[in-house]
Design a protein around this ligand. Structure first.
Ligand code: MLT
Length: 298
């Protein structure tokens, strides 16, 4: 079978498909405009986040049977349209759980012990020992919105650090942590971290009303999807001091070229790298290759 891989995939995943005898078209260095032409005789498409598996791309591939997304989010796949054409869509929901949870925890620790300012000022020849007095996360409350795989992995790490965990999830009740409403979560937490997809239900779920009810000095984190936090409301809350620090790996528009949040000293941020680790990407590459080949057999 012919499989087009249009975003850079871990070599282990490509090798698995080639060793199984598939013809793998490595199209990740091609311009995305060329994909409709390249996909026309392909049986499967393997992507990460850069390729948009739109209706037009799907229509350009009459033989397409499977779309494999190495990663969790299916925001870049027209899943409904694919399904309507009998195309199976698979992803790798477990591959990058640890990577995302570890980045979340990196942000948690870096927000209370200001590693970023410490590095910048020390490199600039300053010695800001007094100004950089931090806080312990031990004994603090973390509110986790979304207690699926990643939320649970964050909770386990929080417990190891002696934190109290509050869990909110519209679909899952945790049997390990205190389940609360979103209103309770925002008003009682010292750290608020979101681990939810962007859906009509979660869009701007953290906005002015929620910021108003938060504790002064709260830290807010988003290593899930941009758009779940209303960035204008976040900006105001950060300017007023209500939010001590925001830690964002994701933005409403990526890259966030002209985003005013980037001007604020109390923002720490990364370019959507939650899943971007050697281990996470190797797992995602292997898992997506296995899932795609399995579906091609059917
Ligand atoms: C995912 O959905 O797997 C992550 O956000 C990673 C990504 O898309 O880069």
């Amino acid at each position: 079978m012919k499989i087009m891989v249009s975003d850079k995939l871990a070599p282990e995943g490509v090798k698995l498909m080639e060793d199984a005898g598939h013809d793998v078209l490595k199209a990740w260095d091609e311009s995305k405009d060329k994909l409709p032409e390249l996909i026309k005789d392909c049986d499967a498409l393997v992507i990460r986040s850069a390729t948009k598996a739109t209706k037009a791309l799907i229509d350009a591939a009459p033989n397409l049977k499977v779309i494999g997304r190495a990663g969790i989010g299916l925001d870049n796949v027209d899943v409904e349209y694919a399904k309507s054409k009998g195309i199976i869509v698979v992803n790798t929901p477990t591959a990058t759980t640890i990577s995302v949870a570890e980045l979340t925890f990196t942000f948690i620790l870096a927000s209370y012990r200001d590693i970023v300012a410490g590095t910048n000022t020390t490199k600039a020849g300053k010695w800001e020992k007094k100004a950089l007095k931090g806080k312990e996360v031990y004994g603090k409350t973390i509110g986790i919105a979304g207690i699926g795989r990643i939320g649970q992995a964050v909770a386990e790490r929080a417990v190891a650090f002696g934190m109290k965990v509050l869990a909110y999830d519209p679909y899952v009740q945790s049997d390990k942590y205190e389940n609360v409403s979103i209103d309770d979560l925002v008003s009682r937490s010292d750290f608020i971290t979101l681990h939810l997809p962007l859906t009509p239900e979660t869009k701007h779920m953290i906005s002015t009303k929620q910021f108003e009810s938060m504790k002064t000095g709260v830290v807010i984190l988003n290593v899930a999807r941009g758009g779940t936090i209303d960035e204008n409301a976040l900006y105001e809350a950060m300017k007023s001091g209500k939010v001590k620090m925001a830690a964002l790996d994701v933005f409403e528009v990526e890259p966030p070229a002209s985003n005013k949040l980037l001007e604020l000293p109390n923002l720490i941020c990364t370019p959507h790298i939650g899943a971007q680790t050697d281990e996470g990407q190797n797992r995602a590459g292997v898992m997506v290759a296995e899932a795609v080949m399995e579906k091609l057999k059917q």
